[in-house]
Structures are given as C-alpha cells and as structure tokens.
Design a protein around this ligand. Structure first.
Ligand code: MG
Length: 289
C-alpha cells in the first residue's frame, strides 16, 4: 500500500493511494502513528478498505502532507553511509578519505518535517551553504531491543523519501550535525509511505536527486555501507527502539559540497528527490521571511 497523510476542507486524514484517488482510512485510525501502532490487524483492515474503495477523493483535491507530519521523536539519520559520499565529504573538509567503522548516527528535530511541494526557506544570515541529500528512510513498525540483523526487516513498517537538508557551514562551526540539520523545514518527507510488503528488498532501489532538472545524485541503495538490517541491529543494541521511529539511511555522492568548486542551494532552486518504487519528493528553495 501507498499510505498518505493529507489535508482537505474538512481537516487532516490518512488514506491509501489507488491510481489517482485517495481511499480514506479514517475509520481505522485517526493518524499514521496510530495506524502503525495498530500492527498487522490495522494493516489488514486498511487493505480491505483499499480494495473496496468506497470513500475516495481525487488526489488533485487534497494537499499531501508528510506521511508522519510530526514524528514522536527526532528523525534518526545516518551520516557518510555511501562510500563515494564519505570520500567526497572528507575531501571537501580537507581530510583523508576514511570510511566509518560503525554507523554515524545523528538526528533532526521533529518540527523540521515538511511535505511534498513545501517551500524551504533560505536565510543567508543563518547559512550560506545549504545543501540537499536524497535518502531512503524507513519507519519502524514493531519496536524492540537487541534485534538481530536476520529479524530486522520484520520490524519495518514501510519506506519513504527524506531530503536531509544540511547547512554545511553550521556543520563545520558546531562540530556536530544537529544544528546544521535542524533548520526550519530541513526535513522534507514523502510523498507517501510504501508498506514493507511491497518492497521485499530495500537494498536494490535506484536513488537520485535532480536539481532544476539536472541529475546531481544517482546511485542504488545496494551501495549503502551499513544496510538497513545492520542499522536496526546497531540502533536497537542495548536500547529499545519504538514504533513510529523514522530512520534516514544516508545519501549518495553528488551533494553540492562535493562539487569543485562547491555549489550550494539558491533561492528558486527546485530539488526532486526520487527513490525507485516510492516516488518523487519535490521542494523549492525560497527566501526566508
Ligand atoms: Mg544525510
């Protein structure tokens, strides 16, 4: 299923996409996190409703929001998780190319999440080095602790796309990722969650980002240094991970920081972050008010 959260004249709802219509799932759960908490039973009920498609709306008549507009906790991200990107990142900082031995985890604040077509404000007084990062993200469906790699994918509810907007100058100044990755609307997410049953192998998906129509990042999730099972095993080691947790798996090479000379985002730029089987997440940069 392709699950969405959307707004119409009556409020905010959840639904499932079927061709060009949204099938309302409100009677099963009031929001995506409650649907996730409902487990297999809620998913089966949703599938049943999707098949019957009794109450629908045209996609054109609704405004898609991020599938989880306000996560319960910070969005967990993994840094330097593609070989070529780890090399370009280190090179841009004048460091030796070195691959991480363990996943590099950091987080983005929950209120950075925004949706398809939301405009991303750029304030030159705050950052002059705003950059894009297309990423495959997964959502935990069933929590747990000390989850083994073999069992890891059974804990995944589904997959979405994140554009991990990053202020490189703040990254350097603060020596940590949180501030540079948590500016206003720096976590575009969507357009939908594709449930895990429809992506049996998340390690073979094409991933790319177009900037103003030009391909800047292009890879496959097969190039991840730490694949999804490895990151779940690591995150849950000695720590409970909870349903609804969003984990963004890292970005391939081709970011603005890695170009010679570097090219950062400018007002008017349009980013299209795409992951095969999920869709396209489009956002424009605007001048901050
Ligand atoms: Mg990233």
């Amino acid at each position: 299923m392709r699950l969405v959260t959307y707004r119409d004249s009556e409020g905010i709802h959840i639904g499932a996409l079927k061709d060009s219509v949204v099938v309302l799932l409100d009677v099963i759960a009031p929001n995506m996190l409650t649907l996730i908490d409902g487990g297999d039973e809620a998913l089966m009920a949703a599938r049943d409703m999707l098949e019957r498609a009794e109450v629908t709306k045209s996609v054109n008549d609704v405004q898609l929001l991020a599938p989880i507009p306000r996560p319960r906790q910070n969005v967990v991200c993994i840094g330097m998780n593609y070989v070529a990107h780890a090399v370009e990142s280190n090179k841009a900082r004048g460091l030796e190319p070195k691959l991480p031995e363990y996943p590099v985890f950091f987080t983005k604040a929950p209120n950075t999440v925004c949706a398809l077509d939301d405009e991303i404000p750029l304030d030159p007084r705050v950052t002059q080095q705003m950059d894009y990062e297309v990423e495959l993200a997964y959502i935990i469906g069933r929590g747990g602790k000390n989850i083994s790699r073999n069992d890891a994918l059974s804990h995944v509810f589904g997959y979405t796309i994140v554009n991990d907007i990053s202020a490189r100058d703040l990254q350097m100044k603060h020596q940590q990722f949180y501030k540079s990755k948590s500016l206003e609307r720096s976590c575009p997410m969507g357009p939908c969650i594709v449930t895990a049953d429809e992506i049996p192998d998340p390690g073979v998906l094409g991933i790319r980002l177009r900037l103003n129509g030009e391909v800047r990042q292009e890879s496959t999730t097969g190039d991840l240094i730490f694949d999804i099972p490895a990151t779940i095993e690591s995150l849950s080691s000695g720590a409970e991970i909870e349903a609804g947790m969003i984990v963004s798996t890292g970005t391939p090479s081709g970011v603005g920081m890695g170009r010679i000379p570097p090219e950062y985002l400018r007002v008017g730029d349009v980013m299209e972050a795409e992951v095969e089987g999920i869709g396209v997440l489009r956002n424009r940069i605007v001048a901050a008010q």
